[in-house]
Ligand binder design. Sequence first.
Ligand SMILES: Nc1ncnc2c1ncn2[C@@H]1O[C@H](COP(=O)(O)OP(=O)(O)OP(=O)(O)O)[C@@H](O)[C@H]1O
Length: 374
Amino acid sequence: MTQSVSQDLLKVTDLSVGFPTDDGVVHAVRNLSFSLKRGEVLGIVGESGSGKSVSSMALMGLLPKTARITGSIQYQDEELVGVSARRLEKIRGNDIAMIFQDPMTSLNPVFTVGWQLSEAYRAHHKVPKKAAWDKAVEALELVGIPQPDRRAKQYPHEFSGGMRQRVVIAMAVINDPDLIIADEPTTALDVTVQAQVLETLINIKDKVNAGIMLITHDLGVVAGMVDRVQVMYGGTIVESGGVDEVFETPRMPYTVGLLGSIPHPEQLGQPLTPIKGTPPSLLNLPTGCTFAPRCPLAIDDCSSAEPELLQIGSGPHTSRCIRWQALAEAEHSKALFAHEEIGSIENPAVLVELEPDAGTVESDDNAPQEEGSR
Ligand SMILES: Nc1ncnc2c1ncn2[C@@H]1O[C@H](COP(=O)(O)OP(=O)(O)OP(=O)(O)O)[C@@H](O)[C@H]1O
């Protein structure tokens, strides 16, 4: 296939993934298009089941054989859809690295972290064991592990959760990847440790000059961490743009709902505001906008055809909502999702009528504290 030279590290075009099941095809990812440049951090956010992990697994070539994949994934001008398993194996770990939520997915409890890091390095470099060990210690130092010489000789269980996730980051970057995919990398950690681990990840990006895809269900996590954000719902992108733009002027009611579930200092003691209703079944998608059944701004037209992802204004901001202008008009004076005194965040909050002088959406500036030194 003839391939054009582009500046993009990754260019995904019209990627769709379906899983045939006894009940029909699960349309897990639908017509996903986006790109990522070297040194850029892209946040991918959405509720559970929105297709975040399946899209990253598709990029890594880790989907089960039953998955039906269409579209294109161009990595450094090489097409990855349909490429041999052998080639993908070479790319994984060397060019594209993945960081999972649970550090123990990537670490073996019976070997020292230094041994595991050096073996990961030796898998892609023909070097003597001593040189690989030195590289392992260097990688631990890079991710901020104190006394890396001593720590390299320890086993994963001797590390705290945050430190263990740093080891996983060291493992991901030891082969100088061009692209790092981090899937909920801090979800399993205490909130106080999350920011420090995320900062480590972002700092590493500058040192290894990689592009990072940060996948999370929590929009608060990406605040201040990413350059661009892509909101997924029902297997596809519903809003994307620069992180400040999307946080300050969301143009898709689903994003407003996600922002409403970020805790703010002034709301301490109040329940979070979940979005009423449940995500669509990916087996039987509605005809129109997949968010319409939950959307306080929905009109009849929203259910007639799925809106396209269209550019909003002159910048890179896009929204898959025909009501984005109505949302823009409402934003300074009205709230879409109201807080309600309910006992549990499991309970759906009531969607209120748009009324003047209700609160506006604000970005989360309540960054967690740094992890105390051990
Ligand atoms: N092997 C599979 N067979 C059938 N359906 C699958 C398979 N893998 C994933 N799915 C479905 O694809 C949809 C998207 O899943 P995905 O894991 O990408 O969501 P997610 O946004 O990453 O959610 P979470 O945050 O919970 O991981 C889900 O409905 C899931 O049940």
